[in-house]
Structure formats: structure tokens, C-alpha cells
Write a new protein. Structure first.
Length: 327
């Protein structure tokens, strides 16, 4: 359950260590810092903390000055632990007693998240026992073997296990933060943050971390016209043959190119767009559930209910009750 501070803002504490990766640190501030209510008020307060306030080394040619100590963890509604270059040293992550003591300050019920190898800090502190978590596919096997009570999934971007969240690599931390924002405030707020950062609003947590062969980045998208057409026709049935026709290619060639460019199948992508459209309509309009289902191309309320339950774990009515007017 999401907890909010007395001033209405959700407090996010980012716990950094020696050798912190600046990208992973900054993306938390950038994404949560952009989240705004409909009135333009910031929805989060983000603070950086460490075990001993002062200068903290990064893995780049500069350091960061951190003003907050571990006491910030006791006031947080969400705690995020980024990775550090020391996690890649021989023997893997070593959690010193000061860091372990700092983590004990986290209140029960606080949401805890890690980015990339920050997951090993949580594992070493005993916070991941019995959980399925994500980490980078290049994470050393000997480090993972240190935690036999944790299931490491190398084929997903992020996981959300009852308030404990983990992301695979650094960029997957963006997906994870957007997921948390979406959970707290709905698709409209998360999509606006994604738009401001110029990143996709949603990549499935179960999407594979990497493809098995190199894929050249096309100078011009070979499926962009089809995707644009699909979004304009989302209210009606859309076939693979119609999508391929927009690019004047065969369905087989179109499907291969689509997977290369987007990382998923045309059908899976289309379903996700319908879910996003349905969520936006449930949040922003007074349309009935049947009308939302028709406008999003699901056809029936029953079909939409099944897809929202599969994607988000909630019914359309519950989603609307949770997110309508929250921001």
C-alpha cells in the first residue's frame, strides 16, 4: 500500500554508497521529480542519503555531496538503492555494518526498490529471502550463488513482489520508476513523465532484457507508419494483415521487423496500447465501462476486464476508483 507524507507528497529516499553510478542516482530524481498533479504540484519529495553525510565517490571523474544521513530512511515511503562500481569487484558486493544498520531504519511497510546490482545490497541485508528478483544478465554467477534463498530472474526488466521491487540494468531502472509512479498515480501521470523524459511509457516487466542477436538501429522505422495507423484505429479490430499492408510488406516480414524494432510481437504491442487507452479513459472521462471497452477496441467489457486483470491485476471499476482524480 502506498503511504503519503503529511504534506501530500510521497517521500523517496535514495541510498547511495561509495562508487555509486551517477546515471542510476540521477534517473530517480529526474523521473519522480517530474511527476505533477493536475494542478501542477509536485507529487514526490526525493532526497539522497548515505551512511555518513559528505562527499561520496562515483564511478565517474566527479564526486557528489550528500547532505542527508541514514535518518532519512526512517522518514521515507519508498527507499531506492542504486548500484555501485564496487558491486563488480572480485567477490561482488560487500555490505559493511554501517550500511546494514542504516537499512534497519526503514519502517515496516515501506516500499523498497533496487536498480541493477543494488539488488545485492538488499539480498545481503536479508530483505529478499524467498523472493523472485531481477538483476543484470551479466551479474556474476558466483555473486548470485551467495544468496540461495533468492530467485534471480535474468530475463525480465523489473519485478514487483509485494512492495519489494528490483530492476535488471541501469536503463531498466527507468521502467521500474515509471511503474512505481503508475502504481501511485495512474497511467496519465506516468505517461506525462515518460513524455517529458522522451522514453517509452511502458515496457513490460516480463520483457526480455536483451535479444540474442545484434539488431541494427534503422535510420527510418520500417513499422512506424503501421503503428501510427493502429493507434488511429484502436477503436476497431486491427489485423496483422492490415498492419503489414501499411508498410507494403508481407505479414511474416512485418512481424520480424516489428520484433526487431519494438522488442515484442504486433499483437502483444496492440494489446498494451488498448490497455493504455482504456486506463486513460477510465481516469479522465465519465464513459461507462462498456463505452471504454468499445473505444479502446476490446469490444466488450468482459474482454477488457480480462486484459486489465492480466496486465494490471485490477478490474476496470477498481482501477477507476483508485486513480480517478487522484493527481
Amino acid at each position: 500500500m502506498t503511504v503519503f507524507a503529511r504534506d501530500g507528497r510521497h517521500r523517496v529516499a535514495v541510498l547511495v554508497r561509495d562508487g555509486v553510478l551517477p546515471f542510476e542516482l540521477s534517473l530517480v530524481h529526474r523521473l519522480f521529480g517530474q511527476a505533477r498533479s493536475a494542478a501542477g504540484a509536485p507529487l514526490y519529495e526525493v532526497v539522497t542519503c548515505t551512511t555518513a553525510p559528505g562527499e561520496v565517490r562515483t564511478d565517474a571523474d566527479f564526486a557528489v555531496t550528500v547532505a542527508h544521513g541514514p535518518e532519512a530512511l526512517a522518514e521515507a515511503d519508498t527507499v531506492v538503492v542504486p548500484g555501485a562500481d564496487t558491486d563488480h569487484a572480485p567477490g561482488g558486493v560487500r555490505v559493511d555494518p554501517a550500511l546494514t544498520a542504516a537499512l534497519t531504519r526503514i519502517r515496516p511497510g515501506t516500499r523498497i526498490a533496487s536498480i541493477c546490482t543494488g539488488v545485492f545490497v538488499l539480498a545481503a541485508a536479508g530483505l529478499l529471502a524467498g523472493r523472485r528478483v531481477a538483476t543484470h544478465w551479466r551479474s556474476p554467477e558466483e555473486v548470485r550463488a551467495r544468496f540461495p534463498d533468492v530467485t534471480f530472474d535474468l530475463d525480465v526488466l523489473y519485478t514487483d513482489d509485494d512492495g519489494v521491487l528490483t530492476s535488471a540494468g541501469a536503463a531498466a531502472g527507468i521502467d521500474l520508476c515509471l511503474h512505481m509512479i503508475r502504481t501511485d498515480h495512474g497511467a496519465a501521470v506516468a505517461n506525462e513523465v515518460a513524455r517529458g523524459t522522451v522514453v517509452p511509457p511502458h515496457r513490460d516487466g516480463g520483457q526480455a532484457q536483451y535479444v540474442t542477436r545484434p539488431v541494427p538501429e534503422p535510420a527510418i522505422s520500417s513499422t512506424g507508419r503501421a503503428r501510427e495507423w493502429a493507434l488511429a484505429n484502436l477503436h476497431r479490430p486491427v489485423t496483422l494483415r492490415e498492419l503489414a499492408a501499411q508498410e507494403a510488406t508481407s505479414t511474416r516480414t512485418f512481424t520480424r521487423r516489428f520484433r526487431d524494432e519494438i522488442g515484442t510481437s504486433p499483437g502483444r504491442w496492440l494489446t498494451r496500447q488498448r490497455v493504455e487507452r482504456a486506463c486513460a479513459l477510465l481516469e479522465r472521462t465519465d464513459l461507462s465501462v462498456d463505452e471504454v471497452a468499445a473505444a479502446a477496441g476490446f469490444g466488450t467489457a468482459g474482454s477488457m476486464r480480462l486484459h486489465l486483470q492480466a496486465e494490471l491485476g485490477v478490474s476496470p471499476t477498481a482501477y477507476r476508483a483508485t486513480f480517478r482524480g487522484r493527481a
